[in-house]
Write a protein that binds this ligand. Structure first.
Ligand code: SF4
Length: 479
């Protein structure tokens, strides 16, 4: 793979000296963040967020926690304003707060208003995400394959671009899902991550998962592309109820193997306390691994009460004493899981075939071995469409022929004909979220769209890009 166009942007990344989280990232200090959900709108914010607010107050003098993060529209669109939640959590804890800004059901207006409010409330760090399927998204019907959400999904790339233009002092993040297990999905995630960084994001936050091989893969990918950017890894703690729901595909975007699911369920069988203790041991090992892999910090999700908070703080403050080096850590991780497979299938894709080897911490061109894999070819229909649409506006084509070709290949979205080259002239109505700047992170392990039915629309874009040796176009910034 070629060196990224990103490097020139990378040098320009600036950190505001007033932002303590940015300072820690710049100084290479490992950070611990705790994530809290912005609650649904059914009660007023102070009541609905009583527990997170109580926990935030408790954290005021806890020096091992460096920042808090608040989610936006995680479970439902009918949620409180994340800027108000971030402001309260920051005020109660005295810690910097990262505000997520979800594109789910978000118009340009919502993005403009929320970023303006966040700015006036002194929120210095924002993580734009596109968001998973909205609870307000209409169901598919036999007549209408991919009905649009009435408000749409604001692509995180566009939100990053908005922040870069209007709030250049805001520290803006980019989300990435490293837990993808087929070649196309993983490339799409990495391409979009690079596009977000090139557009103006200055740090990365990952999806929450357990597969440490995938986390090392992300690190190696960044090293291979010479992208030096702080990365925060989200680490999950689940309630027993959520563990029981895992086999129903409850954890969107992050597949959990049957083997690991069985481990979690066995741990949860006896009691909530035993389940928590086992998860905290894993959390402590994961955090130690992230530190040794060179990540900038971890963000713990699933803190819902005082007991979970106390256990998480204990896990953070007591790293495994026998784990001093990367080699120690690989051995400890393997021993703890006795060879449990984290990938959801035997043929799951990893970019490199020699990850998690005790003697190989970092990517090296000599020693890191690529997995042999090729992108699936585009369909004949997509090839024909690409050819036709690419040539549609040539002067020598008579207007009547243009209309016939346009109608044949772009019956539903003629408005896209003029500027659709960025997505290789395919019809973005095939994506239920109508995303044109890259894939969301929510596809199923086999690459099927989060909404079911077909493969993710962006697999088709990638297939054409790969055939024309233009994958780098999918990493280009929106500027
Ligand atoms: S087509 Fe792809 S990007 Fe669009 S919603 Fe489905 S999984 Fe997400």
């Amino acid at each position: 793979m070629k060196k990224s166009t990103l490097n020139s942007h990378q040098l320009k990344i600036r950190f505001d000296d007033d932002n303590p989280l940015a300072m820690r990232m710049r100084n290479g200090e490992f950070s611990f963040l705790l994530e809290f959900d912005t609650p649904p709108l059914d009660r007023d914010l102070e009541k609905a967020a009583a527990m997170p607010i109580f926990l935030a107050k408790r954290l005021e003098n806890v020096s091992s926690i460096n920042a808090l993060a608040v989610t936006d529209r995680l479970h439902t669109e009918d949620s409180h304003d994340p800027s108000a939640m971030a402001e309260i959590m920051g005020a109660k804890s005295g810690k910097p707060t990262v505000m997520n800004l979800s594109g789910k059901g978000s118009s340009d207006n919502r993005v403009r208003e929320l970023t303006a409010r966040a700015n006036s409330e002194g929120i210095q760090t924002i993580l734009p995400i596109t968001g998973d399927r909205s609870d307000r998204h209409p169901e598919n019907s036999a007549l209408l394959h991919n009905p649009a959400h009435p408000e749409g999904y604001h692509d995180s790339v566009e939100t990053i671009d908005h922040l870069r233009r209007h709030y250049p002092k805001t520290l803006t993040g980019a989300g990435v899902n490293p837990f993808k297990y087929n070649l196309s999905d993983q490339y799409l995630q990495y391409c979009k991550m690079l596009r977000k960084l090139a557009t103006g994001a200055a740090f990365i936050t990952t999806h929450a998962g357990w597969d440490m091989k995938k986390l090392q893969e992300l690190k190696w990918f960044l090293q291979m592309r010479e992208v030096e950017v702080p990365v925060i890894v989200r680490l999950p703690i689940l309630s027993r109820q959520r563990i029981q729901q895992l086999h129903l595909g409850f954890h969107p975007g992050v597949p959990v193997s049957r083997a690991f699911c069985a481990v979690l369920q066995r741990e949860a069988e006896l009691s909530e306390t035993q389940s928590m203790n086992a998860q905290m041991t894993r959390l402590s090992l994961q955090a130690a691994g992230c530190r040794l892999l060179g990540y900038s910090g971890v963000q713990i999700t699933g803190i819902r009460d005082e007991q979970t908070l106390d256990l998480a703080l204990k896990a953070i403050n007591n790293p495994p004493p026998h784990v001093k080096t990367y080699q120690d850590w690989v051995e400890a991780w393997e021993a703890h899981h006795s060879g449990t497979q984290f990938a959801p299938a035997n043929n799951a894709y990893y970019m490199f075939s020699n990850l998690m080897q005790p003697e190989l911490l970092d990517y090296s061109p000599e020693n890191s071995r690529f997995t042999e894999a090729g992108f699936p070819p585009p369909s004949r229909r997509d090839l024909l469409r690409r050819l036709a649409m690419k040539n549609l506006h040539r002067e020598w084509i008579p207007k009547y022929l243009r209309n016939i070709i346009g109608l044949r290949f772009c019956r539903q979205c003629q408005s896209h004909r003029a500027d659709s080259s960025a997505w290789f002239h395919l019809c973005p109505k095939a994506c239920p979220k109508r995303l044109t700047l890259g894939a969301c992170g929510s596809s199923f392990p086999d690459g099927t769209c989060e909404f079911g039915r077909d493969k993710c629309f962006h697999h088709r874009v990638l297939a054409l890009a790969a055939r024309e040796k233009m994958i780098q176009q999918l990493e280009e910034p929106v500027i």
